[in-house]
Design a protein around this ligand. Structure first.
Ligand SMILES: [Zn+2]
Length: 693
């Protein structure tokens, strides 16, 4: 369960950038640091604190033309991208290189070599397209789909996302819900090019408009691949119709949030019975996958729908669907017409970006995505001061102590449930900055003149690395994010919280800043991830990561009542996105946001006390420690999305938009009202202040 995805980034990485040979390399941007003068003193903090704390920042930082969003996190993301670029350029140009430097450097050089990429055109994808063209009957689908799955970068499991991003269905290695020590093969709904099933099924004008543009995009991409225009237009209708059938069969995004609904374990024979027309044994054999003790079918109805689709659609239709799907996942690694078309739909139409990012940024981001722990080693060595790790460890411990205290003082939990909550919290593993053991990519062949091939071989390495885990013990110490990532996550099945080094930079973590600033920014993130283990999804997992109900019925009912307050509070119109937010979808993230700030504030208070200080002390800039804490929290979330991207985020992700992440949380806190002298009746003091943790 991720803290947040930088929306726009996934879309932009899938899209790509137009390079100009003469483009000057950008210098490292400066990092944002906490500045108490950033607040707009002409505004009333009790009316709209986000505007009070972020209005000046937003004015000074409009959304760049090549981005779908602006934000302090976006700026750090670009800083990290620049840092990664520096290490990659050194590796690309060095004469004496280690094997890791050869891979990272040649990956980057191949990506930057736009002339070769353009000259090769569609040729690098020919083998895959020929294989699809050779599909003569539906019995051959398992082998053809396996060959596609071997050359598409695999997505990550993410409970709050609408679906796995992949061709037809997703395949991952996931711990058994009932015994988290063992990894199983898991198959999931997928195969939809639009961001979520609602995009296919909703009937409003905007949804229809997006589908019309999508149809044109599919046709254009097929045409670029060599289909005559009339056939491409007909095939586009087929693709959209098949994806719509998959969307109808897919699990609803809110239903999907309950892990119990995903826990459908079966022997292979039972999976086979779901889809008689698709031979799973042959698919797994073609993937060279070891057998799994059981198979986890995350969305059984989806596979029933897939069976119907195989039965009803002709082989010509399947060729069209697979051709487009393969093209869409490969386009941003191909020549200019493909990447521009891909950007035009996913970047321009769907997320509102105006132009492609500079090529070096995309190359740095893709090197991170494909060879993350190789690229990450150099990033950490050069840009992550080791002393930051120690201070983070101390903060995490202090915030965990806050939750232990909060559990003890909860009036709505019985002693037995409290005891088990303490056990779970104590068993949580804190992973900070980067892995103890780096992944070995030595078997991945990286060539200096084969960009698409490099991505395909890295994808194949990654999917096979995952499949090799079937039936094996789960590794709690493995990372699901690369070191330069600006993000963090909690994983309930491994009972871990994870903070990549890329996030531990200003303004989130600043080695030079006072505690109030760091507890307000990264402290709230730490508290957020810790709280995830005890939100409406996380609380269903025990200390060992098993999906097991350890709550007594009365305590669970009390939890649900508190959760309902949050759900209702966040079910609200979001004018900037033109849609209504569903509090049932965002409940886990909202609970984590609220809990995170409460826990980190308690930790700051005890830290200050141990230093002989107090939250009421006035410090630099004329703010009290407490006011500084709240301004720092808001500053960490200064940012906004383009309307197109905001709409997608509200519809498909569990995270509320930044403005609500700040204002709703603070309006729930008496400490905030006290800090800024706000009183009942003002917008920043909710009449019904929700509180879970
Ligand atoms: Zn989260």
């Amino acid at each position: 369960m991720r803290l947040f995805r930088l929306l726009g980034v996934p879309l932009l990485v899938g899209c790509a950038l137009l390079a100009r040979a003469a483009e000057p390399p950008d210098a490292m941007p400066s990092l944002e640091r906490f500045n108490p003068d950033q607040v707009d003193k002409t505004l009333d903090p009790c009316s709209d604190f986000f505007q009070y704390a972020c209005g000046k920042w937003l004015k000074a930082n409009p959304i760049p033309a090549d981005q779908a969003s602006t934000g302090t996190s976006t700026k750090l993301f670009i800083w990290n991208t620049s840092a990664v670029r520096n290490t990659l350029e050194d590796a690309a140009n060095a004469t004496q290189r280690t094997p890791v430097e050869q891979q990272a450097g040649d990956y980057y050089a191949a990506c930057m070599d736009e002339a070769t990429i353009n000259k090769r055109g569609i040729e690098p994808l020919k083998p895959e397209l020929d294989r699809i063209d050779g599909l003569r009957n539906k019995a051959q689908l398992p082998e053809v789909i396996a060959s596609i799955h071997q050359v598409i970068r695999p997505a990550d499991l993410n409970f709050i996302d609408a679906a796995y991003q992949g061709v037809l269905f997703g395949l991952y290695a996931q711990p058994d819900f009932d015994n988290a020590r063992v990894v199983l093969a898991a198959i999931d709904q997928s195969g939809m090019g639009l961001p979520g099933r609602e995009f296919y099924l909703n009937d409003d004008a905007k949804s229809k408009d997006i589908r019309e543009k999508y149809l044109k995009h599919i046709a254009k991409l097929l045409e670029l691949s060599g289909e005559p225009a009339t056939r491409a237009a007909a095939d586009a209708q087929v693709v959209l119709s098949m994806e719509t059938s998959l969307a109808k069969a897919a699990m609803d995004i809110v239903v999907r949030r309950d892990p119990k609904n995903q826990n459908n374990k079966m022997p292979l024979a039972q999976v086979q019975a779901l889809t008689p027309s698709f031979n799973w044994s042959r698919y797994f054999a073609a993937m060279h996958a070891p057998s799994s003790p059981q198979y986890l079918v995350l969305a059984p109805d989806f596979f029933r729908g897939m069976e119907k689709l195989i039965a009803s659609e002709s082989i010509e239709h399947w060729r069209a669907y697979l051709r487009y799907s393969t093209l869409t996942f490969s386009a941003s690694f191909m020549s200019q017409p493909f990447l521009e078309e891909n950007f035009d739909f996913f970047g321009r139409q769907l997320s509102g970006s105006k132009q492609l990012q500079p090529r070096w940024r995309r190359c740095s981001q893709n090197a991170d995505a494909d060879l993350g722990e190789a690229v990450g080693q150099a990033y950490v060595a050069r840009y992550f001061p080791p002393e930051n790790k120690q201070r983070m460890v101390e903060m995490v411990k202090a915030i965990e102590a806050s939750l232990h205290q909060d559990i003890d003082s909860a009036t709505w939990m019985s002693p037995q449930t409290k005891k088990l909550a303490h056990v779970k919290l104590s068993a949580q593993v804190d992973k900070i900055a980067y892995p103890d053991h780096w992944r070995d990519y030595s078997s991945v062949v990286i060539k200096r003149d084969d960009y698409l091939g490099n991505m395909q071989r890295a994808a194949s390495f990654e999917i096979n690395r995952r499949l090799a885990k079937f039936g094996k013990p789960a590794d709690r110490y493995e990372w699901g994010m690369t070191p330069p990532t600006v993000n963090a996550y909690e994983d309930s099945q491994s009972n871990t919280i994870n903070f990549p080094a890329g996030f531990l930079q200003p303004p989130f973590f600043d080695g030079k800043a006072i505690d109030a600033v760091n507890y307000g920014a990264i402290g709230a993130v730490i508290g957020h991830e810790i709280t995830h283990g005890f939100d409406d999804q996380g609380r269903k997992f025990d200390d060992g990561g098993n999906l097991r109900d350890w709550w007594n019925a009365a305590d669970a009912a009390s939890y649900d009542e508190r959760d309902k307050c949050i759900q209702e509070e966040y079910t609200q119109d979001v004018p900037e996105a033109g849609v209504k937010q569903n509090g049932k979808l965002s409940a886990g993230e909202d609970t984590a946001d609220n809990g995170g700030v409460n826990l980190t504030l308690a930790a700051l208070q005890s830290t200050l006390k141990s230093q002989g200080k107090d939250l009421e002390d006035v410090i630099d800039g004329g703010l009290t420690e407490l006011q500084t804490f709240f301004v720092s929290y808001a500053n960490a979330w200064c940012g906004e999305l383009r309307p197109e991207a905001a709409r997608t985020a509200v519809m498909t992700q569990g995270h509320s938009l930044n403005r609500y992440r700040v204002n709703n949380v603070l309006a729930n806190m008496p400490e905030f009202a006290h800090a800024f002298g706000c009183h009942t009746g003002q917008p920043m003091v909710h009449a019904n202040q929700c509180r879970v943790w």
